[in-house]
Write a protein that binds this ligand. Structure first.
Ligand code: SAH
Length: 346
């Protein structure tokens, strides 16, 4: 039995170059090919007109460059567009195009399912299946980019806030990020790429050493150890204080500010007690706090606070010097909160 052809998007530039050299081709073929795939967005080798016909045939026979199968596509009134893609092994992943007045963002998944079971997130409900490959990560970006271009809104921002935990798929993620970031690839600046994590302490330390200009967002969601234990089981492994300490070190080592994501759940996280705890925990930390109104998921009993409650919470944090913004919910009617579309299609 022959193996299915390898997806060419799993190859780094170095690997592509080495491949072309190994078949007696010039190294610049790698550059030409990357341009077709990542800049011009073609989905087949036949379209790569500056490659000799014979080479195109060889590539078609040996590699795969096909698009993902779009299982569902939903467009919200605010033009937020959510894709559900089928993968080759019947797994599915979600990606979202989020256009705002100032920028166009792609929200990308890194795993099929999620291991971490946060008690407000739809992604963890069906458990974890597997890591996405580098090619599967990049292909989501290519689809969202294509959609953005249809609307004449070039893609300028990537957030790894889709299904799964990016830092739990470190190698494939960084292979993909290199191509997303490179001028030869998709060409999105590191400062426009955000990795969001549940707070895997050893991986955050590893990330600090990479010396990249990438944005780091921490899903905090709890205001102290006990509340975070309940909302995010991962806190039992990497407790609140250790996480905050690691973030302080990260900020010091990288000289980069961290964004903390904090979900606003009525009577749970959106309280004066929470304000006081956060005030203590964040003393002396310069950061941004992104307050995210809870988007209801039927499996959980939480409620979204009123607008007035959320504003009070934000203002109280600001009074204590914690810079906070309330994220305006987008694409609600297309279930654009993490994992909702994928979960609904099970
Ligand atoms: N595993 C990573 C990447 C996923 S991003 C992480 O946890 O950071 C997940 C983000 O989606 C969370 O930070 C949270 O802000 C958001 N989210 C998940 N479920 C939500 C819900 N029901 N309502 C609002 N935001 C939600």
């Amino acid at each position: 039995m022959s193996l299915p052809p390898q997806d060419i998007r799993n190859y780094s530039f170095e690997e592509l170059t080495a491949y072309f050299e190994s078949i007696g081709e010039k190294a610049f073929r790698a550059q030409q090919m990357a341009e077709w795939i990542y800049k011009k967005g073609v989905w087949s080798f036949d379209q790569m007109l500056n490659l000799p016909e014979q080479l195109r045939q060889k590539l078609s026979a040996n590699f795969n460059l096909k698009p993902l199968v779009i299982a569902a596509k939903q467009v919200a009134k605010d033009h937020t567009t959510k894709f559900l893609f089928d993968l080759d092994d019947r797994e599915t992943v979600e990606s979202v195009l989020i256009p705002t007045a100032t920028r166009t963002t792609a929200c990308i998944s890194t795993q099929a399912g999620c291991k971490f079971g946060c008690r407000f997130c739809a992604s963890g409900i069906g458990g974890w299946s597997r890591n996405l490959t580098c090619a599967e990560i990049l292909t989501q970006v290519l689809h969202v980019k294509e959609e953005a271009l249809k609307h004449k809104r070039p893609l300028c921002n990537i957030v790894f806030m889709g299904t799964g935990e990016p830092l739990d798929n470190f190698d494939n993620l960084f292979k993909a990020i290199k191509i997303i970031n490179s001028h030869q690839g998709i060409g999105i600046g590191a400062r426009h790429i955000t990795i969001s994590t549940v707070g895997l302490v050893p991986k955050i330390k590893e990330l600090a050493k990479q010396n990249l200009q990438i944005e780091l967002a921490i899903s905090l969601h709890g205001y102290d150890n006990a509340s975070r234990n309940v909302l995010m089981p991962v806190n039992k492994k990497y407790p609140f204080d250790e996480l905050i300490r690691t973030c302080r070190e990260y900020a010091r080592e990288t000289k980069r500010q961290i964004t903390f994501e904090y979900i606003l759940i009525k009577d749970v996280t959106c309280t004066e007690n929470a304000v006081q705890c956060l005030r203590k925990a964040f003393k002396g930390i310069i950061c941004k706090m992104n307050l995210i109104p809870y988007n209801p998921v039927s499996e959980f009993e939480h409620k979204t606070p009123s607008q007035a409650e959320m504003e009070t919470f934000k203002n109280r944090l600001e009074e204590f010097g914690i810079h906070a913004t309330i994220r305006s919910p987008r694409g609600r009617e297309v279930g654009a909160a993490c994992g909702q579309l994928r979960h609904a299609h099970k």
